[in-house]
Design a protein around this ligand. Structure first.
Ligand code: NAD
Ligand code: 2HG
Length: 387
């Protein structure tokens, strides 16, 4: 029986993929084999030695202490692309809200008083304050051309916009998906200087923290609609508020509310709604549940942020799953232990990612607890399981 600890509301459609005769699922299981979560901050969580996997039912993993978990041999999964359409749709809505002044216009209408006729007259008189501009012919700058950025770039093209993208580490898969009319910016300054709308779709890491700050804002054209549906740390709020004052920023649309932003009528702040659709919640939970199950039961790894993809069809009598540090001669030491114990390796896959490595072996004979303990005692071996 495997135990799963959940944080946040995880779609039942995903949890159903973990059959109850083999999985116990609870929001309080300190010794769980795996954790499934959304935005819950795990940094201070007291992980048990039993933990094998953490599944982020979403894209960003900045709420998970990936490095610390790697040090304990815990595999961290995410669900790349599973919520990308949901975010794309909200960003397109945000662009339209931003350039058509929809937030202030709704506030204006909600503040109207009097009879229907008085309201109609006041609306017709007041509406000139909310005149906006249209998308076709305007330039959208997309920073980060991953699962979300590519979808937004392609949709903006179909809405008649010019699109310029910046992503120095774009994958081949995403480059293939990108509309050929999207222009590649050689550097971010080029994108900042040309865009009427700028949207960010990068992970929050040290190199993207405060990517938009007072210096970068000075490079913008006037009246730019700025959108941040990535993470709040990517945009320096005080610089954006100054940009709204100076006229560099026309509207700031984001998914991360704060007290400083709340009172500014030119800010539209949503409650981290990007991935909050039925479809995205189902997709993320299903993807994560399937990945966790395949790892727990078969040792296969797909879409891990700290270990390589390793998938081996089952053959042999038993399977050994081994997470280790990516040090020289690990494989030599592992096969030596098995050879000494008379265990023949029928099939094996080994791969590495950064300073982590993973080995999956199908063997022709049973493996004793003593052999497993010897494997575990090899310096640099972090987790060993017999499946
Ligand atoms: N608001 C929400 O609810 C919501 C939902 C999903 C994702 N997100 C956030 O959006 C981020 C992006 O999501 P995704 O699914 O597209 O991820 P992704 O991994 O598919 O794409 C991220 C892209 O950013 C690029 N990148 C990294 N550093 C960069 C830099 N300095 N400049 C330019 N590009 C850079 C990468 O090469 C990659 O192509 C996530 O990390 C998450 O923080 C928010
Ligand atoms: O689960 C959510 O609601 C947000 C997910 C989002 O921030 C992500 O990074 O995928």
């Amino acid at each position: 029986m495997y135990t799963i600890q959940t944080f946040n509301a995880i779609s039942p459609k995903g949890l159903e993929r973990l059959p109850r005769d083999r999985y116990s699922i609870s929001d309080s299981a300190p010794d769980a084999d795996a954790i499934i979560l959304r935005s819950y901050k795990l940094h201070d969580y007291p992980f048990s030695d039993n933990l094998l996997a953490v599944g982020r039912a979403g894209s960003g993993t900045n709420n998970v202490p990936v490095e610390k978990l790697s040090g304990c041999g815990v595999v961290v999964f995410n669900a790349p692309g599973a919520n990308s359409n949901a975010v794309k749709e909200l960003v397109i809505a945000g662009m339209l809200m931003g350039c058509r002044n929809i937030g202030p216009a709704i506030d204006f209408v909600n503040g109207l008083q009097g009879s229907d006729e008085e309201m109609r007259v006041a609306a017709e008189t007041g509406k000139k304050r909310f005149r906006g501009f249209e998308l076709p012919g305007k330039t959208l700058g997309v920073v980060g051309l991953g699962a979300i950025g590519v979808r937004i770039a392609n949709t903006a093209r179909s809405l008649g916009m010019n699109v310029i993208g910046y992503d120095p580490t774009i994958t081949i898969e995403r480059a293939w998906q990108l509309n050929a009319e999207v222009e590649a910016a050689a550097n971010i300054d080029m994108l900042l200087a040309q865009s009427d709308f700028i949207t960010f779709h990068v992970p929050l890491v040290d190199s993207t923290r405060n990517l938009i700050n007072a210096t970068s804002l000075a490079k913008l054209k006037d009246n730019v609609v700025l959108l941040n549906f990535a993470r709040n740390g990517i945009v320096d709020e005080s610089a954006v508020l100054a940009g709204l004052e100076s006229g560099k920023v026309y509207t700031y649309v984001c998914d991360f509310p704060s007290n400083a932003l709340r009172t500014n009528p030119r800010v539209i702040a949503l409650p981290h709604l990007g991935a909050s659709t039925i479809e995205a919640e189902d997709n993320c939970a299903i993807m994560i549940a399937d990945q966790i199950r395949d790892y727990l039961e078969n040792g296969n790894i797909s879409n891990s942020v700290n270990l390589p993809n390793v998938k081996l069809p089952r053959t042999g009598l038993a399977r050994i799953s081994l997470v280790n540090q990516n040090n020289p001669d690990m494989l030599g030491k592992i096969s030596h232990v098995l050879g000494q114990s008379g265990v023949n390796i029928a099939h094996m896959l080994n791969d590495s990612k950064g300073n982590m490595a993973y080995t999956l072996m199908d063997v022709d004979s049973s493996v004793s607890a003593e052999t497993l303990a010897t494997l575990k005692s090899i310096p640099g071996v972090l987790k060993v399981r017999l499946l």
